[in-house]
Design a protein around this ligand. Structure first.
Ligand SMILES: NC(=O)C1=CN([C@@H]2O[C@H](COP(=O)(O)OP(=O)(O)OC[C@H]3O[C@@H](n4cnc5c(N)ncnc54)[C@H](O)[C@@H]3O)[C@@H](O)[C@H]2O)C=CC1
Ligand SMILES: O=C(O)[C@@H]1CCC=N1
Length: 271
């Protein structure tokens, strides 16, 4: 990997996941900077990763080839204001903030700045995330490649051509981990209802989710085929899956994704 300086604005969960991944991938710590107004946060980042930390965003951004905006959407306007002047001309700015559009970034930074909008998900904290990404038209191939390298530090990266599809990305993979957690919670509750002690039910449900995830990751087969392979004709799984179909599970999931999509569009309109 090249030794381009990468500055993170905001040193919280998402920034730490990416910094940890970049270091593990061999990016030199001397080429990583983190800016955060919280002294506690700066101290934690410098102790854990040994990278330079800054209280001042402008100072941290000066000369950086890539700037990752890892702050909450609510503080984005003052953050953009703080980096606009010192931003290098060739810098690419990558935002991981939910709902902040490429136009929103342009309003704060100017149209000529190369901008990337990314939607990560929380498994990024374990480098098992997936991030949907879209870039402004003026992003060069090398800007996209650098953004891919940085975001791959948290897992996989999928480029999206139409920014309008980012709300769908958010509804499927951004919010998606919560759907699987909710399913696991309900499976454990159902285990208790079926007569198991709560701790046993939770362990069975959790490890089953993990095992299914590993199969999805490792197997060459599509999810549908993996499902068919568990389902003995006339057996218990078939009975459960018929009940899912009777409860219209597919329609329920579709409705949930549509609800997230609508909410994402509403929130996007706020910026
Ligand atoms: N799709 C998803 O599930 C996820 C999305 N995200 C997105 O990533 C972004 C960051 O999230 P987290 O890392 O979880 O938040 P966090 O709260 O852990 O970190 C944000 C950091 O920004 C710092 N900060 C506040 N004001 C600042 C300023 N003016 N300049 C510089 N730093 C400032 C805070 O001190 C804090 O350390 C959010 O916008 C969120 O939408 C993050 C995690 C998962
Ligand atoms: O729930 C939310 O609004 C954010 C976006 C995706 C995950 N968390």
């Amino acid at each position: 990997m090249s030794e381009s300086t990468i500055t993170f604005i905001g040193g919280g969960n998402m920034a730490q996941a990416l910094v940890g991944g970049l270091l593990a991938a061999g990016h030199p710590g001397s080429a990583i900077r983190v800016a955060d107004p919280s002294e506690t946060q700066r101290q934690q980042v410098s102790e854990q990763f040994g990278v330079a930390t800054f209280a001042d965003n402008a100072e941290a951004v000066s000369g950086a080839r890539a700037v990752v905006l890892a702050v909450k959407p609510q503080v984005m306007a003052p953050v953009l204001e703080s980096i606009r002047e010192p931003l290098a001309e060739n810098a690419v700015v990558i935002s991981v903030a939910a709902g902040i559009t490429l136009d929103g970034l342009a309003r704060g930074l100017g149209e000529s700045t190369a901008r990337v909008r990314a939607m990560p998900n929380t498994p990024a904290l374990y480098r098992a995330g997936i991030t949907g990404v879209v870039a402004s038209r003026n992003c060069r191939e090398e800007d996209r490649a650098l953004a891919t390298t940085i975001l791959e530090a948290a897992g996989r990266v999928v480029w999206i051509n139409e920014e309008s599809q980012m709300d769908a990305v958010t509804a499927v993979s951004g919010s998606g981990p919560a759907y699987f957690f909710a399913f696991t919670e309900h499976l454990a509750e159902a285990g208790v209802h079926a007569g198991l002690p709560p701790a046993v039910a939770l362990e069975l449900a959790r490890q089953t989710a993990i095992g299914a995830g590993v199969m999805l990751a490792e197997s060459e087969h599509e999810p549908g085929e993996l499902r068919r392979r568990v389902t003995s004709p006339g057996g218990t799984t078939e009975a459960a899956l018929k009940s899912f179909a009777g409860s219209k599970m597919a329609a329920m999931i579709d409705q949930a994704v549509q609800a997230a999509l609508r909410r994402g569009r509403e929130l996007g309109g706020d910026h």
